[in-house]
Design a protein around this ligand. Structure first.
Ligand SMILES: [Zn+2]
Length: 352
């Protein structure tokens, strides 16, 4: 036995997988349903990797990827410890609420690193950072398109030349998705709620605390795409290999063979090389009008500056707005549900 690297989990036994039900600290969270956490304590010492999903409650392939890692990672073959939390924002998951936490209507991924005296989401992100992220050597936050969104798989991390940013980018590249986006400022300004709780996304707050971190996205549209689950599972395994937590070539077949509910297996294995394009700017487009959204592009499409990429109409069928791309880039995510509100988010375009 050795003392846990993650105090809230108590003692972990090397070479075992343990299930925990965790009450996070914070007065606003006192009546919460306990959150499932799985610890996979390797037989040999090594880094601590923290992986969570469900910061957004409707991003299901990410949640399933964490569940599957807990069922399939073999602690006897691991150096170090993997801590897995399938759903952080449990109130949103239970109520199928996209983007925000229904208790305070705040997007948790805009209020990292949180505030122990703030609203529900601020206390929740504060607990995530202080109980888990600061005790880890690396942090992976799994996302996807939310219930009304579609996207191409990509990874985000903080830009910069400091040690943490460099390590974060190396982890992002190791994850093995088609796009890596390095950003130096928040992707979306925090609005509609008070400043002071940080106003950062998970990976940026983690980097501020000195923990190399990435945010990886796959799947969307409120569904459970098996291909997206596999991409995220394989991505985390790739990160573990990058961190020196696994070196056994048999490890992959172990993962692949133990996928129980799997439909046809993805052709790419965890080790296959993916050509990753690095993007350095993320342009988010909004509609001025409340109405009906008719996109003319799909996720993954290349767009040119000035190209018309969709329209917003009213309920008589008249066009209210023509949306043109402000940049040359690739559509990383877009809203696919037709109903949009004034200042509503339409899509995010990544720029090289
Ligand atoms: Zn998300």
């Amino acid at each position: 036995m050795h003392p846990s690297n993650i105090p809230i989990l108590g003692e972990l036994t090397p070479g075992t997988t343990q299930r925990h039900l965790i009450k996070l600290p914070g007065a606003a969270l006192a009546n919460d349903e306990p959150r499932p956490v799985i610890s996979v304590a390797g037989a040999k010492p090594g880094p601590v990797l923290f992986v969570n999903a469900g910061v957004h409650g409707g991003e299901y392939p990410a949640v399933e990827a964490v569940i599957r890692l807990g069922k399939t990672l073999d602690p006897k073959k691991i150096s170090g410890t993997v801590i897995l939390m399938p759903v952080l924002n449990l109130p949103a998951f239970r109520t199928r609420t996209p983007f925000v936490c229904p208790i305070d209507n705040v997007n948790p991924n805009r209020v990292f690193p949180g505030d122990p005296r703030g609203s529900y989401s601020e206390q929740m992100t504060h607990a995530c950072i202080n109980e888990f992220v600061v005790h880890a050597d690396a942090y992976v936050d799994l996302h996807g398109g939310d219930i009304p969104e579609a996207l191409v798989p990509f990874v985000i991390c903080r830009a910069g030349n400091d040690e943490v940013a460099k390590k974060s980018k190396a982890i992002a590249m190791a994850f093995g998705l088609p796009y890596v986006l390095t950003v130096s400022k928040p992707v979306q300004p925090s609005k509609g709620h008070r400043a002071g709780a940080g106003g950062l996304s998970s990976y940026a707050a983690a980097a501020d605390k000195g923990t190399p971190a990435i945010l990886a996205e796959a799947g969307g549209a409120g569904q459970m795409q098996e291909e997206a689950v596999s991409l995220l599972v394989n991505g985390v395994v790739n990160v573990m290999r990058h961190l020196g937590m696994i070196d056994d070539a048999k490890f992959e077949s172990h993962i692949a063979n133990s996928e129980t509910n799997s439909k046809p297996k993805p052709k790419k294995t965890a080790r296959s090389a993916v050509a990753t394009t690095v993007l350095t700017k993320f342009d988010w487009l909004y509609t001025k009008s409340t109405g009906v959204w008719y996109p003319k592009v799909a996720q993954g499409d290349a767009v040119r500056e000035g190209e018309q990429i969709g329209t917003v109409g009213d309920l008589f069928g008249d066009t209210l707005e023509e949306i043109a791309s402000p940049v040359n880039g690739v559509v990383l995510f877009l809203t696919i549900s037709p109903s949009v509100l004034e200042n509503g988010l339409l899509m995010g375009i990544g720029v090289e």
